[in-house]
Ligand binder design. Structure first.
Ligand SMILES: *[C@@H]1O[C@H](CO)[C@@H](O)[C@H](O)[C@H]1NC(C)=O
Ligand SMILES: *[C@@H]1O[C@H](CO)[C@@H](O)[C@H](O)[C@H]1NC(C)=O
Ligand SMILES: *[C@@H]1O[C@H](CO)[C@@H](O)[C@H](O)[C@H]1NC(C)=O
Ligand SMILES: *[C@@H]1O[C@H](CO)[C@@H](O)[C@H](O)[C@H]1NC(C)=O
Ligand SMILES: *[C@@H]1O[C@H](CO)[C@@H](O)[C@H](O)[C@H]1NC(C)=O
Ligand SMILES: *[C@@H]1O[C@H](CO)[C@@H](O)[C@H](O)[C@H]1NC(C)=O
Ligand SMILES: *[C@@H]1O[C@H](CO)[C@@H](O)[C@H](O)[C@H]1NC(C)=O
Length: 628
C-alpha cells in the first residue's frame, strides 16, 4: 500500500516538474517577419491589417497565452534585389515565419532562401501560378493561385461565346505566368489567345498608346487586361482617348482592377467614367459579421487618418495570414516544441562560406511549424481559412463585376464547382447539392458603349487579307461556274448563289476568287477539296459533290441543287459527318424541300477562325439560309 502511495507521489512530482519545465521554456516573444512594398495599393491596406491582427492576437488570451507576437516589417519597395537582402536581414532576427511578399518575382527569390533555412513563407498576394509547393515546400499561400482565376476568366470567355482574345499583360513573372495559365485554360474551351501584348515593367503613357494603337488593326475585339494595380487607371484612360471603349469592344480585367477600385476613397469615383462597360473578377469574400465589424473598425481608423485607403480583399487576406501564423505558433508551443535556430552543415560548403551564408541559422523545427500551418482551419475575415494539398488557400470563388455608370455592380459569382450563378456560392452550397442542375447564369451586363447585347467580339481587321475562295475552271457544263472567255470575270450559277447568300451576311467580308484548272480540261475535284483542307485556299465555291471521303476533311454547306452543287470550307470540328448537311434542317423543312423535288436552299457556313485569318474569331458557326 505504502509503496503504491510513493509511486503515485513520484509520478505526480515528476509530472509537475516536467510540466513546469515545458511552461518555463515557453518563449516570451516570437518574431515573425513581413516583406512587402509599403507604398502600394496592396501594401497600404496590408500593413495596417497586419498590425491590427498582431494587436488582436496579443490581446486575446485564448491564443499564444503568455507569448507575444512581434512583427518585423521591411519595405521591399518593388525591388527584387532589395526584397532578397531584406529577407536575409529578417532571418537574422530569428523569425518563425515570413509573411509576404506581394510581388511574385520577389516571392520566387525569397522562396529559395526560405526553403534553405526552413522558414515558412506565407504569402497573401503573390498569385503567380508557377510558385508551386512542389518546387518550394516552404511556400504557403493564403490567397488563390492565378491558375484558379484564369479558369474563371476562361469560363467567362466561353460563357459569352468568344473564341479569340487579345491579352495585355505586364512583362514579369506575374503577368507572363498568369497569361500562360489563361492560355492553358482557353485551350480546354476551344478558344485561344491570338495576340499577347506585353507592357514593360514600369510602363509609361507612350508604351500604352503604342500598344493599344497597334492592337486596333487586329481582328479580335475582346481584351483581357492582366497588369499590376494602377490607381490612375492609365490603360482605360488611354483606351477611351483612342475610341476603344466603344460598342463591339470588350474589356475584361483580372482582380487587379477590383482591388484598385475597392481601395478608392469615395472622392475617386469620379474616374469611374473611363471604366464604363468593363467586366472584371474580384476574389469573393462571403458576407459575415466578422467582416462587417472589421470594415466598420477600418472606417473609424480612416476617419482618424490612420488608414490611407479603404480596405480591399488583400487587406482581409493579410489579416487572416497573421492569424493563421499565430494559430500554428500556438499549437507549436502547446506541443512543447522549442524555437531554436542553429548553424547547419548544409550551409557550410565552400560556396556559401564565400557568400557568407554560413552566418545564417536554420530554423530547427521549421518543418514542424510548417506542418501545423498547413493544418490551419479557422473562420477568418475572408471565410473559412484552410489549405488544399497544393498549399494554396482552399476556398477560391470570384465575384463578376461590371462597371456601369458610376457604380461597380456585382453581376454574379463564379465557383469551381457550380460555375456562374447569380446567387453567392455559399448560398448555393447551403441550399442544394446538385450543382450540375444549377444553371449557368449572370445578370445583364452593360458593355462599352452602353449596349446590353453581347458584343460580337471581333471585326474584320482593315489590313486582313481577303478570303481566298477557289473556283473550278470548268470547260464543260460552264453554266455552273467558269471564267468568261478572254476576261478575268468569273461567272455561273454557283457564283450567283454565292453572291446572293453573301448579301445576307450582316458584316463586310473581303474575298477574292481564284481559278483552279488549266482551262483545257475540267479540274480534279479531289485535289481542289484537298487544297482547301491544306489551307492553300480558305473555301471553295462550285459544283462540288458531297461524298463521304470529302466530308472527312472539309465542311460542306447545304446542298443547293439536286446534283450536289456545294460550297466547301475546311472541316473544323470532330463532329462532322457525312450527314452534316442534314443538321440545319428541321423535319418540316425537309418536307418542304422534298415536295419541291430540288433542294434549292443555300447555306453559307461562315466558319470559325480555322477557316482563315480574315475570319478571326467569329461565333462558332453561322448559318444563313436562302431560298431561291
Ligand atoms: C493563460 O495563462 C495564465 C497563466 O499563465 C492562466 O492563468 C490562464 O488560464 C491561461 N489562459 C488560457 C486561456 O489558457
Ligand atoms: C522606392 O523606389 C523608388 C524608385 O524605384 C524611390 O524613388 C523611392 O525613394 C524608394 N522608396 C523607399 C522608401 O525606399
Ligand atoms: C495610331 O497609328 C496610326 C497609324 O499607324 C497613326 O496614324 C496615329 O497617329 C497613331 N495614333 C496615335 C495616338 O499614336
Ligand atoms: C525543448 O528544450 C528543452 C530544454 O532544452 C528540452 O528538454 C525539450 O526536449 C525540447 N523540446 C523538444 C520538443 O525538442
Ligand atoms: C474546418 O472546420 C470546420 C468546422 O470548424 C469543419 O466543418 C471542416 O470540415 C474543417 N475543414 C477541414 C478541411 O478540416
Ligand atoms: C476544379 O474542379 C475540378 C473538377 O471539378 C478539379 O479537377 C480541379 O482541380 C478544381 N480546380 C481547383 C483549382 O481546385
Ligand atoms: C437536383 O437534381 C434533380 C434532378 O437531377 C432535381 O429533380 C432536383 O430538383 C434538384 N434539386 C434542387 C434543389 O435543385
Amino acid at each position: 500500500m505504502g509503496h503504491l502511495g510513493v509511486l503515485w507521489l513520484f509520478i505526480l512530482v515528476k509530472w509537475v516538474f516536467l510540466s513546469s519545465l515545458v511552461c518555463c521554456k515557453k518563449p516570451d516573444v516570437v518574431n515573425i517577419g513581413a516583406i512587402f512594398t509599403f507604398n502600394s495599393v496592396i501594401g497600404r491596406a496590408a500593413k495596417l491589417a497586419m498590425e491590427t491582427a498582431v494587436d488582436d492576437v496579443n490581446a486575446n488570451p485564448g491564443i499564444m497565452n503568455g507569448t507575444k507576437l512581434r512583427l518585423i516589417m521591411q519595405d521591399a519597395n518593388c525591388s527584387v534585389f532589395l526584397g532578397s537582402t531584406e529577407a536575409f536581414q529578417i532571418i537574422e532576427k530569428e523569425v518563425a515565419a515570413i509573411i509576404g511578399p506581394q510581388s511574385s518575382a520577389i516571392a520566387h527569390m525569397i522562396s529559395v532562401i526560405a526553403n534553405g533555412l526552413q522558414v515558412p513563407l506565407v504569402s497573401f498576394a503573390a498569385t503567380d501560378p508557377t510558385l508551386s509547393s512542389l518546387q518550394f515546400p516552404y511556400f504557403v499561400r493564403t490567397t488563390q493561385s492565378d491558375s484558379y482565376q484564369m479558369a474563371a476568366m476562361a469560363d467567362l470567355i466561353e460563357f459569352y461565346g468568344w473564341k479569340e482574345i487579345i491579352a495585355i499583360f505586364i512583362d514579369d513573372d506575374y503577368g507572363r505566368n498568369g497569361i500562360s495559365a489563361l492560355g492553358d485554360q482557353l485551350v480546354k474551351k476551344m478558344a485561344k489567345i491570338s495576340h499577347k501584348l506585353p507592357l514593360p515593367v514600369g510602363f509609361g503613357q507612350n508604351d500604352i498608346i503604342d500598344l493599344l494603337n497597334k492592337s486596333k488593326f487586329l481582328s479580335p475585339r475582346v481584351y483581357v487586361v492582366h497588369v499590376n494595380l494602377d490607381p490612375r487607371l492609365r490603360i482605360f484612360t488611354i483606351a477611351n482617348k483612342l475610341q476603344m471603349m466603344t460598342s463591339n469592344y470588350v474589356w475584361l480585367a483580372t482582380d487587379w482592377l477590383s482591388t484598385t477600385l475597392d481601395s478608392f476613397s469615395t472622392m475617386n469615383h469620379i474616374s469611374f467614367h473611363v471604366l464604363q462597360g468593363v467586366v472584371g473578377l474580384r476574389q469573393h469574400i462571403p458576407e459575415s459579421n466578422k467582416k462587417k465589424d472589421f470594415v466598420s473598425r477600418w472606417r473609424k481608423l480612416q476617419q482618424k487618418g490612420l488608414a490611407s485607403s479603404a480596405v480591399n480583399s488583400y487587406g482581409f487576406f493579410a489579416y487572416d495570414t497573421v492569424w493563421a501564423v499565430a494559430h500554428s505558433i500556438d499549437k507549436f508551443i502547446r506541443d512543447g516544441n522549442n524555437f531554436t535556430f542553429s548553424f547547419s552543415d548544409k550551409l557550410v560548403d565552400k560556396k556559401s562560406i564565400e557568400m557568407q551564408l554560413n552566418t545564417l541559422k536554420v530554423f530547427d523545427n521549421g518543418d514542424v511549424l510548417l506542418k501545423k500551418l498547413l493544418q490551419t482551419n479557422f473562420s477568418g475575415l475572408s471565410g473559412q481559412v484552410y489549405f488544399s494539398s497544393d498549399q494554396n488557400i482552399a476556398s477560391g470563388d470570384y465575384d463578376v463585376i461590371n462597371i456601369d455608370g458610376m457604380a461597380v455592380r456585382t453581376v454574379g459569382y463564379w465557383s469551381n464547382q457550380s460555375g456562374f450563378s447569380v446567387l453567392p456560392p455559399e448560398v448555393l452550397k447551403m441550399g442544394q447539392n446538385n450543382f450540375s442542375s444549377a444553371e449557368q447564369k449572370l445578370q445583364e451586363v452593360t458593355w462599352p458603349g452602353g449596349n446590353t447585347e453581347r458584343p460580337r467580339g471581333w471585326e474584320i481587321a482593315s489590313n486582313e487579307r481577303p478570303l481566298r475562295i477557289v473556283v473550278p475552271y470548268r470547260v464543260s457544263f460552264v453554266e455552273f461556274v467558269t471564267k468568261v472567255h478572254d476576261s478575268h470575270k468569273i461567272q455561273g450559277y454557283c457564283i450567283e448563289v454565292f453572291t446572293e447568300a453573301k448579301k445576307l451576311v450582316p458584316y463586310y467580308v473581303p474575298y477574292r476568287f481564284e481559278l483552279f484548272g488549266d482551262g483545257q480540261s475540267n479540274p480534279n475535284y479531289y485535289q481542289l477539296v484537298k487544297m482547301v483542307s491544306n489551307d492553300v485556299f480558305d473555301a471553295a465555291v462550285g459544283d462540288i459533290a458531297i461524298v463521304k471521303d470529302r466530308t472527312k476533311i472539309v465542311d460542306f454547306s447545304q446542298p443547293y441543287i439536286g446534283t450536289g452543287l456545294v460550297i466547301v470550307a475546311p472541316i473544323n470540328n470532330a463532329k462532322s459527318s457525312a450527314w452534316v448537311f442534314l443538321q440545319p434542317f428541321t423535319v418540316q423543312m425537309w418536307g418542304v424541300t422534298a415536295s419541291a423535288f430540288v433542294v434549292i436552299a443555300v447555306v453559307i457556313w461562315i466558319l470559325e477562325h480555322r477557316v482563315n485569318d480574315a475570319f478571326r474569331g467569329p461565333p462558332k458557326r453561322q448559318l444563313i439560309t436562302m431560298f431561291l
